[in-house]
Each structure stands twice: as structure tokens, then as C-alpha cells.
Design a protein around this ligand. Sequence first.
Ligand SMILES: Cc1cc2nc3c(=O)[nH]c(=O)nc-3n(C[C@H](O)[C@H](O)[C@H](O)COP(=O)(O)O)c2cc1C
Length: 302
Amino acid sequence: MTDLRVHIGKTTLKNPILTASGTFGYGPEFEPYLNLNAIGGFCTKGISLEPRPGNPGIRIVETASGMLNSIGLENCGSRVFLDETMPKIARYDTAIIVNFYAYTEEDFVKLAAVLSENDRIDALEMNLSCPNVKQGGSAFGADPKLIESLTAAVRKVTAKTLIVKLSPNVADITLTARAAEAGGADAVSLINTLVGTAIDRRTRRFVLGNKVGGLSGPAIKPVALRMVWQTAKAVKIPVIGMGGIASLGDVLDFLIVGARAVQVGSANFVDPGIAQTLAEGLDRYLAERQETIDQLIGSVQE
Ligand SMILES: Cc1cc2nc3c(=O)[nH]c(=O)nc-3n(C[C@H](O)[C@H](O)[C@H](O)COP(=O)(O)O)c2cc1C
């Protein structure tokens, strides 16, 4: 076995393969399909202070080489998550990254403080980029000043590894990445979904109940790869890359342009065991080439 360990803030991942928030439930749902201890960690569905029912109507639609979702950040809320879900997932020997979001700075801070009381949570991933929720979620992710002050406010109440998840729905991702770094983030993760829509031309209505949704899957990979490459050059903190990863080749591409770890999202819906396959494939790739993970990361030739 190759040493695949990578460091993200205070957290050491046994390998750089993580699963992306919203595509992997709370973790145990995937136990029939893979050994969770074989992956570097998993990100939970986005948690809010209070439970949320999500958006009404149709919430998922397939697109060319991807999917649009407008789940609306449905989740069980922080209390149920900490009291009922955490005890079930605490036993896994892998990093638990809790994705969280709120609509006000005050609630972001309150939630980060509550989640930080749980010793088993390894890292917090702050979602600033909810493109499918009406109440202003996307505004956080688009405004560098707001990102810096919000990150700084959350930083004050948590000693855990703090990852800021960036929205791709901006003109220059390096500005928002630098703002997160200036605010004290340990890492940035990107990209979240790109805003899109779909029309049912027979009825001439929007397919999604929410009209717009987030585009993910292989269709967004070139955009994600470009943004990860630009961001890795712009900040000193680790970058966690994602967007359309569906094969070992995709994982390698993200690591080569400078991602320290990657997250697998929509591909879990196609093959729920893919994260383990990718971790094992990366192990084999490096062993065959007698290359270290550090030699691979950021090895792009410019
Ligand atoms: C059904 C679905 C639900 C998602 N829910 C969340 C979420 O709760 N929080 C979040 O930060 N990102 C969420 N995402 C975004 C993914 O974590 C990821 O950033 C995005 O899908 C790009 O990766 P992919 O192309 O591999 O899917 C969701 C994505 C999908 C497809």
C-alpha cells in the first residue's frame, strides 16, 4: 500500500478521496456498496440549525452528461443530526466532514459552535453556494467581503478544520477563494453546482419545481478543473477539487492541477461504490509509477 495521506488543516486524510455533500446521504446509506473505512472521508448532506423540508415538486432532472438538482437543502436539522445521526457514524475509521449552511451570519456562527462541541466531527465544510434556495444563499458565495467576514466570524467559534465551499457562479473564483483564506479558512473546496434550468417543451413549463437548479456531473468537469487550477495558484491553503469526477483519470487531473484532495458527487448515483474503487485505483497508479502523492499533486507542467 502506498502512503496516500494528505493534510487538510488539522485533519489527516488516509487518502485524498472524499465523497461530496448531498450525494452520499449521511454516510451509512452507502454501507451496502463500499467500505467507508477505505476512503479518505465523507461530507454529510448540508445541515442547517433547524430541519428543512426542501423544495416542492420535481427536484432532479437528467441532462446531457450530468444532472440538475433543486433539492433545496432538505435535512434533518442540527439537533437530530447530532443526537441521532452522529452516534451511528462515529464508529467509522474515516474523516467525517459536516457540510453546513445558514441564511444569516448569526446562524452560521451559532451552527458552527454547536457542531464544534462534537468531538468526533473532523472538519466543517461551510456551504456558501446554495444556488437553488431563494432566501439569499447565493449572495454569501458571490461577495468576497461577505465571505471574509463570515469566515472570520465562524473561525472565532471553531477550532475544527474549517473548509469554505465556493460557488462557481462568480466571475473570478480566485477572489472568493482569497477572501476565505483571509478570513482564516483552513481549506477551500470547489466547485459547487452551476445554476441551470430545464424546460418541458410539451407543457412549456419549467421541469423543476424551483425553476432553476444546480448542474453537476461530467458536464461541469472542464469548468471545475479550470477553477481548481486557478485557485490552487491563488491561495496557500489546500484546495479540495470536485465537479464531474467519474473515473481515476478525473481524480488524477484534479490532483495534477493542484487539488490536495477531491470529492466525488453525482457519480455516486451511477455507481455507489465508486469512491472506494477510485481510492484503490489511485493507490495502484502511484505504486506502479513509484510516485508519491506529494509528487503527483500540483505536477502540472505550465
Ligand atoms: C443531489 C445533490 C445534492 C447536493 N447537496 C449539496 C449540499 O447539501 N451542500 C453542498 O455544499 N453541496 C451539495 N451538492 C453539490 C455537490 O456536493 C458538488 O459540489 C457538486 O455536485 C459537483 O460535484 P459532482 O459534479 O461530482 O456532482 C449537491 C449535489 C447534488 C447532485
